[in-house]
Design a protein around this ligand. Structure first.
Ligand code: NI
Length: 153
């Protein structure tokens, strides 16, 4: 495992649309391991592959609850309901925080690291993290969605 460099806002890689993973090979497994290590090292709750310069649809999340580490390949939101406003930050935009309106419930489908289809539901912080990380796969940053007057830093 290795800690990878986290790209910062202004790097055009963060604005690109990532490609679906076609085959879960050793490269993808190593990427997942490295992303998890990089996220924990930076004390983050989520990380998307484009943030480490890899334009593949891969995310890791750990909101420090009993679910532990969530690794998702080709995640897709298949259901979203409700509304919540919560403070967000991003490891690619250090120091900035602001309020973002997101669904309060999402259901996401994807593949786990074994390549098995999984469906994951989340509310609260997990819903926010899923939306935030999946946004990264489409080149969207939280600052695109932030309520402008709440952006700090
Ligand atoms: Ni982020």
């Amino acid at each position: 495992m290795a800690i990878r460099n986290i790209l910062k806002e202004g790097d055009e890689t963060l604005r690109k649309v990532s490609k679906p993973v076609e085959k879960i090979d050793q490269r993808i497994l190593t990427l997942l391991d490295d992303m998890a290590e990089t996220m924990y090292n930076a004390d983050g709750v989520g990380l998307a592959a484009p943030q480490v310069g890899i334009l593949k649809r891969v995310i890791v999340i750990d909101i420090r609850d009993d679910q532990g580490l969530i690794c998702l390949i080709n995640p897709e939101i298949i259901e979203a309901n409700g509304e919540q406003v919560d403070e967000e930050g991003c490891l690619s935009i250090p120091g900035k925080r602001g309020l973002v309106k997101r669904p309060s419930f999402v259901k996401v489908k994807g593949l786990n690291r074994e390549g098995e289809p999984v469906i994951l539901s989340g509310t609260g912080l997990l819903a926010t993290a899923l939306c935030h990380e999946i946004d990264h796969l489409d080149g969207i940053l939280f600052t695109d969605r932030v309520i402008p007057e709440t952006l700090e830093g």
